[in-house]
Design a protein around this ligand. Sequence first.
Ligand SMILES: Cc1cc2nc3c(=O)[nH]c(=O)nc-3n(C[C@H](O)[C@H](O)[C@H](O)COP(=O)(O)O)c2cc1C
Length: 181
Amino acid sequence: MASAHLDQNRQQPAPAAHSSTLFQQAMRQLTGGVTLVTTNHEGINIGLTATAVCSLSAAPPRLLTCVNARGATYRALSASRRMCVNILAVDHCDLARRFAGMTDRGDADMFAMGDWSLSADAPPRLVDALASFDCEIDMIMETTSHGVVIGDIKEIVVGAGRPSLLYGNGQFQIPNDIVAG
Ligand SMILES: Cc1cc2nc3c(=O)[nH]c(=O)nc-3n(C[C@H](O)[C@H](O)[C@H](O)COP(=O)(O)O)c2cc1C
């Protein structure tokens, strides 16, 4: 049940439930890993920064991502039916900002920054990603604003262990100490 008063102990009153501000405020509390979702359509490489990525199943290996249907990457994903999901490390923060459109890149190629494995007919793979998942897109569930893109994983590359790049509370972050194993 949606409510603006979920926590009676909250010291500050929550904003009105009918505003998407409440949703955004709540979702900012969910800190998560950051990925770059890429594809190649008719020889053109494109991609975006995405936190809406999760495992769907291990057998068969599948994952899903939620992509804004108004974006250029969504159109390319829909057409190519291929994607690569690249999990970012803390040292990839500039890439994350670039692929989120947070930095003015002018007319420069998005893939000029970073160590990419590029091919004429495959999604770009970030060579030093923490892990990369090369997927064939099995299904796209269309919602009002986003597509839920389900990928059948065809190849996995696991990179060297480094801290993950996190995003929460509207900021890129590095992981805190582990509290339990
Ligand atoms: C931390 C962060 C996470 C994001 N996660 C997503 C996401 O999961 N799905 C999405 O569609 N856009 C997400 N975005 C926004 C896109 O990265 C951004 O709008 C991008 O410029 C869209 O590119 P496009 O026009 O090629 O689709 C995120 C942005 C940031 C900063």
